[in-house]
Ligand binder design. Sequence first.
Ligand SMILES: *[C@@H]1O[C@H](CO)[C@@H](O)[C@H](O)[C@H]1NC(C)=O
Ligand SMILES: *[C@@H]1O[C@H](CO)[C@@H](O)[C@H](O)[C@H]1NC(C)=O
Ligand SMILES: *[C@@H]1O[C@H](CO)[C@@H](O)[C@H](O)[C@H]1NC(C)=O
Length: 290
Amino acid sequence: MKGSISTVLLALLSSTPASAGPVQRRQETITQTVTASAPPAPTPWAWNAGGSQTWPIHESCNATERALLKKGLDDAAALAAQAKNHVLRFGNSSDMFQKYFGTAPSAEVVGWYDKIANGDRSRFKFRCDDVDGNCVLPGWGGHWRGENGTDETVICPLSYTTRHPLEGLCGYGYTVARGALSFYFGSDLIHRLLHMPSVGEGAAEHFADSASSWPSKKPAEAYFALDVYAFDVAMPNEGCTGKPAEKEEGDSHGHGSVAPTAKTSSAPTATSAAAAVSRLSVHRRKMLSY
Ligand SMILES: *[C@@H]1O[C@H](CO)[C@@H](O)[C@H](O)[C@H]1NC(C)=O
Ligand SMILES: *[C@@H]1O[C@H](CO)[C@@H](O)[C@H](O)[C@H]1NC(C)=O
Ligand SMILES: *[C@@H]1O[C@H](CO)[C@@H](O)[C@H](O)[C@H]1NC(C)=O
């Protein structure tokens, strides 16, 4: 650069009569050229560009829904973070770990909870418009959109009036063994998060199915998080595990205390939705129907 400027300057000087005026003008011109060609400041490379740590709440949610959904998702992250920390501390020696996950590798369990608590939030979305028309189904607090939007979950108005905050864990006579997963918004949303492909990677079903038999309620990941949070945080060294009812239903998506009518048998009121749901796998159907 410097070399070429001097060359240009030299050329100008040699081709110009020895009068001060023109040389000065031309020097000014040269100075401007140098300034304009200065290399731009290097742009720092952002390895995580496009990622997000903000909960992806769709614009269809009104202010109330947005606030309550954010609270519920924060609860889900808090539950997941404690579940992760519990497993990091105790590994598979924890009674609770063995109860819910049997002989599963503890690192896998840690990983799923870490994804929920700290994973990127830019690839999935929660929405509040009843875009698929399923919220009319009795007892439906929300649903994964399936083929209509694989990384989208609709949260229905029912959720905002029935789901409880994490601060209420062990309150209201709740026990993990008998209570519904959907009783607390946080545990409900852990389940919903894991069923979105970008979070659960299709492994949530296997994750739930690998759980040991007690409690027979699935999915294990949400119940384990509730049980651990209750014992470690909400009611320290006491918790509210409770005892399972003598006769448990085979399907256990937490219809119980919150949505007693949320059985598939109550669905015929919305035939097109039911038809779409019937195309999904058995597990997906179960997952949708609460
Ligand atoms: C727990 O992990 C150890 C290895 O640290 C393994 O030998 C043992 O079988 C595991 N126990 C269960 C119940 O999975
Ligand atoms: C916002 O959503 C909630 C829950 O779905 C609903 O009850 C409420 O009426 C809505 N508010 C407005 C202003 O539309
Ligand atoms: C997908 O959209 C169609 C058309 O709106 C609807 O009939 C169907 O119920 C939706 N599927 C789900 C799983 O909601």
